[in-house]
Design a protein. Structure first.
Length: 93
């Protein structure tokens, strides 16, 4: 059986609330379709597919979805920092 509704498995090139930009669009992921959500009252966190309205437990970051992104560091803008979606999700959970 194929997981058409992405109830078990989901590919993500970007995750809104962490890193979701032009690279995800270039890989045909609709803007805002995959989001990191945190309920401020309960503290629960999840990644949600806003098209299928599911929260699959297995996420896959193919190709550019797992590559680090470089940007100026917040505390030291003269330095370059890097962030990857999988690392940032693990850090937040």
């Amino acid at each position: 059986v194929l997981d058409y509704k992405q109830e078990l498995f989901m590919n993500a090139f970007g995750v809104e609330g962490i890193w979701d930009g032009q690279e995800a669009r270039d890989n045909r992921q609709p803007e805002g379709s995959i989001a990191y959500v945190k309920d401020e009252v309960s503290g629960k966190q999840w990644v949600e597919n806003r098209i299928t309205h599911t929260r699959p437990p297995i996420l896959h970051f193919p190709g550019p979805g797992k590559f680090p992104k470089y940007f100026p560091c917040f505390d030291h803008p003269e330095l370059n920092c890097q962030q990857s979606i999988p690392f940032e999700l693990v850090r937040r959970f």
